[in-house]
Design a protein around this ligand. Structure first.
Ligand code: 13P
Length: 251
């Protein structure tokens, strides 16, 4: 039996945050006392421009991650950031395959897998995002879509602590809408079963995050669902008050 995974509450700042926002990370670090940190891992993924300074602001109390990485370690790829660069500045995680990158940049699951592999090679934990669109849910295709994204994005040979899966229904992101607890339970149980097939016993130890309109007022209910091992938070991760309010679900 593998122990239940340690929860992770992760913030994805997306394309938000100028230097002044580092004060929020300092406030998060001040606000996460030892009792909270004993129960949950905390992570902020700021824009790459702030990531180095964010490592200092977080003071080792909150992990820092990237929002994307290139599949290669270095080379002629103007504007891209590699996993090795993120590792070098003190990041511990990298998000790959967020639906906004799949949509805005046409990222395929094959590319997402290559990015996740690059993250693992660099010594980062890869947070692999999956999730269906509203149309796909209405057509009854949620598990088919999530299953295919997971199968094609998961790097081979990963151990339980090297990858995190984030289930983010596209229609719940930034909309204030969330699936019912029963819907979340169904998809997370499905992901857990798929991880078991792909990774054997390691699958039980992989953290499966829910993401999409998580906020302090719904965090307790969503984090209480079976196989939900934390949250990937967008808008509510931009301020220390809201982010710590979500993390407080684990107090
Ligand atoms: P919101 O929490 O703003 O809905 O964003 C979720 C998300 O996309 C996190 O990666």
């Amino acid at each position: 039996m593998t122990a239940k995974p340690r929860p992770l509450v992760a913030g994805n700042w997306k394309m938000n945050g100028l230097k002044a926002a580092l004060g929020e990370i300092e406030a998060m670090a001040r606000g996460c006392d030892a009792a909270l940190r004993a129960r949950v891992d905390l992570l902020i993924c700021p824009p790459a421009t702030l990531a180095g300074a964010a490592v200092g602001a977080a003071g080792g109390l909150i992990a820092i991650g990237g929002q994307d990485c290139h599949p290669k370690a270095a080379g002629a790829h103007t504007g891209d950031v590699s996993a090795d660069m993120l590792k070098d500045l003190g990041a511990a995680y990298v998000i790959v395959g967020h639906s906004e990158r799949r949509a805005d940049h046409g990222e395929t699951s094959a590319l997402v897998r290559a990015k996740a592999q690059a993250g693992l090679r660099a010594g980062l934990v890869a947070i692999i995002c999956v999730g269906e669109t509203e149309g796909e849910r209405k057509a009854g295709r949620t598990l088919e879509i999530v299953g295919a994204q997971l199968r094609d994005s998961l790097p081979e040979g990963a151990s339980a602590t090297q990858v995190v899966i984030a289930y983010e229904p596209v229609w719940a992101i930034g909309t204030g809408l969330t699936p019912t607890a029963a819907d979340v339970a169904q998809v997370h149980a499905f992901i857990r079963a798929q991880l078991g097939q792909a990774m054997g016993a390691q699958g039980a130890g992989v953290r499966i995050l829910y993401g999409g309109s998580v906020k302090p007022s719904n965090a307790v209910e969503l984090m209480g669902v079976a196989n939900v091992d934390g949250a990937l938070v967008g808008g509510a991760s931009l301020t220390a008050t809201d982010f710590l309010g979500v993390a407080a679900a684990y107090r």
